[in-house]
Design a protein. Sequence first.
Length: 353
Amino acid sequence: MTFDLARVTRENILNLSPYSTARSEFAGTAEVFLDANENAFGSPVGGGFNRYPDPLQTELKRRIAPIKGVDASQIFVGNGSDEAIDLMYRIFCEPGRDEVIICPPTYGMYRVSADINNVAVREIRLADNFQLDDSAVVSGICETTRLIFVCSPNNPTGNLMRRESIIEIAEKFNGIVVVDEAYIDFASERSMTTELNSLPNLVILQTFSKAWGMAGIRVGLAFASAEIIGLMNRVKPPYNVSSFAQLAIIDAINNTNIVNGWIASTLEQRAALSKSLASFDFVEKIYASEANFVLARVKDADAIYRFLVDAKIIVRDRSKVILCDGCLRITVGTPGENSQLISSLENFGITGD
Ligand SMILES: *Cc1c(COP(=O)(O)O)cnc(C)c1O
């Protein structure tokens, strides 16, 4: 199927004349900038924060491109991945008319964003092994389907989706396939970014919030064709990523070795934690994880959750989520935090709870 980007883009977006910032109208070198109504005296905290940030995050993208093996023109930088998710709706889905496909159990924001944008959601649930039901997804596509969200590694199940399934769905769909790779740094497989040049309808989301340890800074990434990135840049708020955030992420990239060390420790801890958890008789199953959390199916999720809250340890109760009956999602912590969790659980059922 030949993919026609203009055909799946909302007409008002195709016709949009985007806001032109002072910084985009004059981006050359000059000495005196009296074009943006900034405070010319300075910022009270220094740091050059009196000036508006680079709306296209040029330096940051120049640093990200070689790490991710993509061209800078294939990168969108947003205020968290959540901004990129919302942009997908605003660019491709006509409210009250178009629809999207999501594959539960999965990340909640895809539906929240759909509801905010008044876009219908078709749910094609995962198979019992948490893999995509490819043929059901493909038969769920209709004339007005604009987006298919795939989360890989998936939250909350922790597994990677089969690469061939994602490729097959993208090849059969004349809309956008969004692959959310928030946890890819913990996974045993490489990113889908290698498919970008052969799949013009692929959008890959990544984030600095998880492995990179920068959740509070709010920076997410999207990788796609330069044409799709161009649409995202037209629709985003002009100054969507602050200069503080851009500088902080460049600093993080300068410390990639620290991050890589933490990823290695997280993988070790994930294995150790999974093993310890599996030894409890109230644990029925620990699902294999490609992320920085494990999904545990337990005998009495509610009681264990409350027992842990009393011990001042918070995990995520996913027991009411489809296909996740009785499941708790547990983030891999530091070695100390993980042993605290295990020691607490050793007392579960003994202290009369
Ligand atoms: C945590 C998470 C994100 C990250 O969102 P940010 O807005 O970048 O912090 C995205 N997708 C999934 C599936 C997540 O679990």
